[in-house]
Each structure stands twice: as structure tokens, then as C-alpha cells.
Design a protein around this ligand. Structure first.
Ligand code: NCD
Ligand code: ZN
Length: 341
């Protein structure tokens, strides 16, 4: 196959940041995706509807073709009333749960899930999705076991309590998460990133630490990578594209205490195509990238298409990022599919 035309994909999990870097981040995503679910972990976080409206105005001021779907950052204080206001705004499409301390800018996240039951009951009533960063944060739990711990201790019980809650288990990284989602009701879906399909913890750690492959949840062992590949190869409608593209300047990554996050937006669909082809599932790419997400969210599929052409090209080794430099995911690597401009 030399060319592949698919419905324009959407990115159901994206960090665009704010300020001067938006010129880069919004344009890079708009070059590939129709819509994106915009994560709210700014500093300070987007905790209410007014902040989401203001943030969306700053994104829309970039005058790109991207449709920004906004999220609210759930805290111990989020009221059912605020959830209703967010829903009524029409621009906030989901609410994001970060366990406090789990990842970048999550200090204001949820300390005890019981504190959020009133807000979550309102989400369930409205059919508004809860997006979950699924990692426990207790210091005695090994970082490689934090996703499994979250399923057992938090997500399983939560979904028993709120069986009609629409819920996306974001950026899943383990066989346990893939199985949990496959076995769950149709109210539950999951996003999968390009890095968790392409790489495992050997890529991160063998032969020297690769800071640009460090993200959270951290890359797991190869058997988990294979389980994610099997999940998307099976073609279940529950799994869909969410890059978790999370830009940090080069200096913040190449540091004694490097930030978590991979900047995948500039080559996102090509990285997914590379991955899907490597496990012989290119025929499943369109549903994963362009159909399953809008179907889960109850939104129309995009009407445009994009075309990927077989051609070797090299991911740039670095890019400008405001006044800084950023190293994209796959920097310097040769990919064999390229989106037509
Ligand atoms: C994200 C970021 O930098 O905002 N980092 C990451 O490693 N994925 C936060 C997150 O989604 O966990
Ligand atoms: Zn994220």
C-alpha cells in the first residue's frame, strides 16, 4: 500500500499549554487533527467554566482550523453546580481527574475521591465524561505498579458506585488497564498514546536514560506494550487516539529532575501509522484515530479526510518553542508515512 486516506482524526487527550508557545502547539495539532480535547493542567489549573471560556478564547485567537474541546480540572472543591454550569456552557466537554501529585501540575488535584462524589454524581446524571489519570500516588507503591493499583483501589469501586458514569481511562499503559476497559460497560473507553504503542521501558532506560521518552504514566515492560498493541489490533471501539502530547522545553527535560511528557504533536498521526504498521494493523488505524472517539463522545465524525503517503522522512531533531527549543517525540528518526499537506 502506497497511500492511505482516512477521515480526519481527532486528538482526545492534548496539552497545548498557554502564552507564547500556543503559536507552535496549536498549529502543529491543527495540521493533523480536526478537534482536540484540551487538558486543563495549566498553572493555575482550569477549575471553572469562566477559566475554560477564557482559555478557549486564547486558543481560538491562534486562528487555526483546530476545534478546541475544553475540560475542567476536578478538585476536592468542585461543586455539582459548577459541573452543571460547565455542561450548560456548551464548550466544556469533559472533566479531568488528576489524583493529587500524580503528574505535572497536579498538586491541586483530588486528595480523596470521596470528596468528589457530588460532582461525579452530576457528571453521571448529565452523561458528561470523566477523564481519568489512572495512577495511585502513595509513596510506597512502585511507579510501575501505580496504574494497576488505581484500577483495584479507585476506578473499579468508582464505577461500581456510578455504573452509568461515562469515563475515559486516559493514556493506558498496562495489560491490566486494557483488560479492564475491554471488560467494562460501553460507558467506559480509553485513550492510547503513540509512545506506549511504539516503546517500552527498555527504550527509556537501556544504554542511558532518554529524557524525551519520559512521560507519565511511565513506559512499562514490553509485555504491556504488546497488550496495548493487541488491544488496538482487535479493533474494539472502546480504544481511541489520545496523544497526551505534553510539551516541555528541552532544558526542562534534559535536567537532573526532568519533566514528564513527550511532544508528539508534530508527527502524531505518522507515529501512530508507523506503530500500527509494525504490528500489522494499519486497517484498524482509521477507526482508532477518527471514528471511535467521536462515537464515544456522541459527536459527529469529521467530514474531511487526510491522506498519508508512503515516503521516508526524518522527524526534525529540534523545533522552536516560544523563545526556547523543544525536542519532538521521534526526533531524528526516519518514519515511513507522511501526511499530505
Ligand atoms: C503531562 C504534562 O506534562 O502536562 N505529562 C505527561 O507525562 N503525560 C501530564 C499528564 O498527562 O500526566
Ligand atoms: Zn496528559
Amino acid at each position: 500500500m502506497q497511500s492511505l486516506t482516512i477521515i480526519r482524526p481527532d486528538d482526545w487527550h492534548l496539552h497545548l499549554r498557554d502564552g507564547a508557545v500556543l503559536a507552535r502547539t496549536v498549529a502543529d495539532t491543527a495540521a493533523q487533527f480536526g478537534r482536540a480535547m484540551i487538558m486543563p493542567n495549566l498553572s493555575p489549573p482550569v477549575v471553572n467554566t469562566n477559566m475554560a471560556i477564557d482559555y478557549k478564547a486564547r486558543l481560538d485567537a491562534q486562528n487555526s482550523s483546530l476545534t478546541a474541546l475544553m475540560t475542567l480540572y476536578l478538585t476536592d472543591q468542585t461543586s455539582a453546580h459548577e459541573i452543571q454550569r460547565a455542561f450548560d456552557s456548551g464548550i466544556v466537554k469533559a472533566v479531568k481527574l488528576y489524583p493529587a501529585g500524580a503528574t505535572t501540575n497536579s498538586a491541586a488535584g483530588v486528595t480523596n475521591i470521596e470528596n468528589t462524589y457530588a460532582a461525579i454524581a452530576k457528571l453521571e446524571e448529565l452523561g458528561m465524561p470523566l477523564l481519568v489519570h489512572g495512577e495511585v500516588t502513595h509513596s510506597h507503591i512502585d511507579i510501575f505498579d501505580r496504574e494497576k493499583g488505581f484500577i483495584d483501589q479507585q476506578l473499579g469501586p468508582l464505577l461500581q458506585r456510578f455504573p452509568k458514569l461515562k469515563c475515559v481511562f486516559e493514556h493506558i499503559t498496562t495489560s491490566e488497564a486494557a483488560l479492564f476497559v475491554a471488560d467494562a460497560s460501553d460507558w467506559v473507553g480509553a485513550t492510547i498514546t503513540p509512545q506506549h504503542l511504539l516503546y517500552n521501558r527498555n527504550d527509556l532506560l537501556v544504554g542511558g536514560v532518554k529524557p524525551h521518552l519520559y512521560c507519565l504514566p511511565v513506559l512499562k515492560r514490553n509485555t504491556h506494550q504488546q497488550a496495548l498493541q493487541a488491544a488496538v489490533s482487535a479493533g474494539s471501539h472502546k480504544f481511541f487516539l489520545g496523544t497526551d502530547s505534553a510539551p516541555h522545553a528541552q532544558g526542562a527535560k534534559e535536567s537532573a529532575c526532568g519533566c514528564a511528557g513527550c511532544y508528539s504533536s508534530p508527527a502524531a498521526i505518522e507515529l501512530y501509522a508507523q506503530a500500527f504498521e509494525s504490528f500489522d494493523a494499519l486497517d484498524k488505524l482509521e477507526a482508532f484515530a477518527s471514528l471511535n472517539g467521536p462515537d464515544f463522545y456522541g459527536l459527529a465524525r469529521n467530514s474531511e479526510t487526510i491522506t498519508l503517503t508512503r515516503c521516508d522522512w526524518q522527524v526534525p531533531s529540534s523545533l522552536t518553542f516560544g523563545d526556547d527549543i523543544i525536542i519532538p517525540l521521534g526526533a531524528g528518526e526516519i518514519l515511513n508515512w507522511k501526511i499530505e499537506a
